[in-house]
Design a protein. Structure first.
Ligand code: RNT
Ligand code: ZN
Length: 416
């Protein structure tokens, strides 16, 4: 059956449930997803080729064809973006700057080091997001950055973060699309600390220094990312959820909710409507933790659907910035980006197609009907709508994107 025919039958089915499919597709096309550049090279960065990944971040696998240069990374992104429906964003880390073979330390980075990324984003109509890189560096070797007991080390990371915000603002200005600059630091202890206060007081003070200069929110928004634990920081993480929740509310910053940063049975979907009572906007790092914060490729599971539903059904699309954060080096990296991003968009579509009758049932106290409709919704023909959307947006329908990736692997990746 043709895609158009299946779509029209699906549309009829949804109309019967009070759902306007065309409207859902129009809304979907306005929601950008920020692809994380670091899936393309296993969180390596380009500043000191061959440097080991540190500070609790672990990427497993050695699938061939990893991007070794900014040009290769951009080519891989071009390929993946050509298989993903809609207009999106790229999320860059500071150590992906282009330093022309010179040693430019983190406290000396400038917008000019990202000129090629900005030009590339402009050419492709993409927005950019940014992150200071407070890991994989000698000054982070003891596991502490902004909360380090050594004043000189703190100063170094403060300067790095200040410069990162300025780079974010330069990106926002050049592209006419607001950049979100997200601060995540690894700081914490493997074993039980004797003093939990000192590091947290120092972190609050350092962050205040980082954010001292006002930057127009049209150009750059600041976000802070909490975490429960990491490899090597199992017993104590300075920037915990409560720490950053308090910080974001009191300093009017965005809170970043990473799906892998909580207890394994604790999802972030339920947090969205809670924190948005007290702050205007948040950033998401959509990820998939398998047993721990393992950053697996995002799949279309209940957790993802729950996140998408909170955004779509509550009309939060303007208040929730959606970014991805996972890294798998055991499969084709272009496919990893494509699978995760298509899933995020597909989950949003399914959520946008949710029948308003479920809420009506709840509002009238008919919880039997609520459950019945929630379950019936699971087999509604959203696949036909998704195929139509891909076709409309000029990207491969169904599994045909994989043929493209296999071809790219053969002609490009395997030659690296
Ligand atoms: C680490 C955080 C952080 C990083 C990236 C690379 O636990 O999730 O967001 O994954 O900045
Ligand atoms: Zn994250």
């Amino acid at each position: 059956m043709s895609i158009a025919k299946s779509f029209s039958l699906a549309q009829e089915r949804y109309a019967g449930l009070g759902v306007d499919v065309e409207h859902a597709l129009k809304t979907l096309a306005t929601i950008p997803i920020s692809l994380h550049c670091w899936q393309g090279d296993d969180v390596g960065g380009f500043e000191n080729a061959g440097g080991a990944l540190g500070n609790g971040l672990a990427v497993t696998g050695n699938y061939p064809g990893k991007a070794r240069t900014p040009d290769e990374l951009r080519a891989d992104l071009d390929k993946s973006l050509s298989l993903i429906p809609g207009k999106h964003r790229l999320n860059l880390h500071a150590f992906y700057g282009e330093f022309g073979g010179k040693k430019v330390d983190r406290d000396a980075i400038e917008p000019k080091h990202f000129a090629n990324w900005i030009a590339w984003a402009k050419k492709n109509g993409l927005g950019l997001d940014f992150n200071p890189t407070c890991f994989s560096h000698p000054k982070a070797a003891d596991g502490f950055t902004l909360s380090n007991a050594d004043k000189g080390v703190r100063k170094f990371w403060i300067e790095h973060c200040i410069r990162s915000r300025e780079i974010g603002a330069a990106m926002g200005k050049a592209l006419g699309k607001t950049c979100v600059t997200n601060v995540w630091i690894p700081d914490g202890y493997k074993d039980t600390p004797a003093d939990r206060v000192g590091p947290r007081a120092r972190l609050a003070e350092s962050l205040d220094a980082v954010f001292k200069k006002a930057i127009s929110p049209k150009l750059n928004l600041d976000a802070v990312e909490p975490k429960l634990f990491g490899i090597g920081s199992e017993s104590f993480v300075v920037g915990s959820h409560e720490f950053y929740m308090g910080y974001a509310v009191s300093r009017k910053k965005l809170l970043t909710l990473d799906a892998g940063h909580y207890h394994p049975t604790e999802g972030i979907a339920d947090k969205i409507s809670s924190v948005l009572q007290f702050m205007p906007e948040i950033l998401l790092h959509v990820s998939r933790g398998v047993r721990w914060d393992s950053d697996h490729v995002v799949i279309l599971n209940d957790d993802l659907l729950a996140i998408a539903r909170e955004i779509a059904v509550n009309g939060y699309t303007n208040r929730v910035h959606i970014g991805l954060d996972y890294f798998d080096a055991s499969i084709n990296r272009v496919a990893a980006w494509t699978i995760g991003t298509r899933n995020m968009i597909r989950a949003l579509l399914i959520a946008l197609l949710e029948t308003p009758l479920i809420r009506t049932a709840e509002a009238s106290g008919d919880l039997t009907t609520r459950l019945a409709l929630q379950e019936e919704a699971k087999t509604l023909p959203f696949g036909a709508v998704w195929d139509q959307y891909c076709e409309q947006q000029g990207v491969p329908v169904g599994e045909h994107w994989l043929t493209e990736v296999k071809g790219y692997e053969k002609t490009v990746l395997s030659k690296r």
